[in-house]
Design a protein around this ligand. Sequence first.
Ligand code: SAM
Length: 235
Amino acid sequence: MTSEQNKDILTMDLRADGDDWRPTPHGRLLAEVLAKNFFAKGKDVLELGGGVGNHTVILLRQGPHSLVVTEIDDALLASTRANVERNRPPGSVIEYRVADWLSTEGSFDLIVTNPPFCVSGKQNRRYYIDSLILDAHHRLRPGGELVFIQSSMADIPKTLRRLDENGFDAEVVERSRGPFRDYYFEDETFMEEIKHVQDGYTVENGTYMETLAVIRGTLRHYAPPAIAHISASKT
Ligand SMILES: C[S@@+](CC[C@H](N)C(=O)[O-])C[C@H]1O[C@@H](n2cnc3c(N)ncnc32)[C@H](O)[C@@H]1O
């Protein structure tokens, strides 16, 4: 793909109000990686937490077979819908759903997300990343892919290790370094927690820097042994 085509796929008219998530460097890096790699072409895609649709539009422009995008409540989903409808290619197939993370129906070839982390609101701040690693297999077909972004402060080696433990062949597709967002400093518990994450961040000439990583996991085929206390349909 030429850089001109790449620019076209990233160009869109997005608007945010109220509680809508404004795209940050995390969202922008994931957008660039999605724009360069046609992960969605011909696939059944599930996107979790669509926000203002910044990734949804790119995925739709790549010709998926179908796409389901979720948000946590009606108001946020209305914003996803308005933005996507303003920018999506005619004839693309999309369904908008209110759903709490992976609590939704269907089986898919690809799951894409920028999971909440710093402001996840959970005692385990990694909750949405860990939940994805543990439970995405309920929604993914064997051989299906998980593509998401996270910060070094969420512990990239831990994620890669847990993906492997849970049946994914995983790799970092792209890394990028950048300064902290201002809101990180507003949460003292966050600033304390990240001190304990190995290679979580650096401080360079007084500037706190994080690394962002786009991670791609491919679900290995698996059949539980006959003696497992679970039926094959529940795996
Ligand atoms: C980090 S933002 C990413 C938004 C957008 N995809 C982007 O990259 O700019 C996380 C998104 O997940 C949504 N979200 C939070 N909790 C959720 C949940 N339990 N289920 C689905 N979406 C959720 C938020 O409303 C927010 O839009």
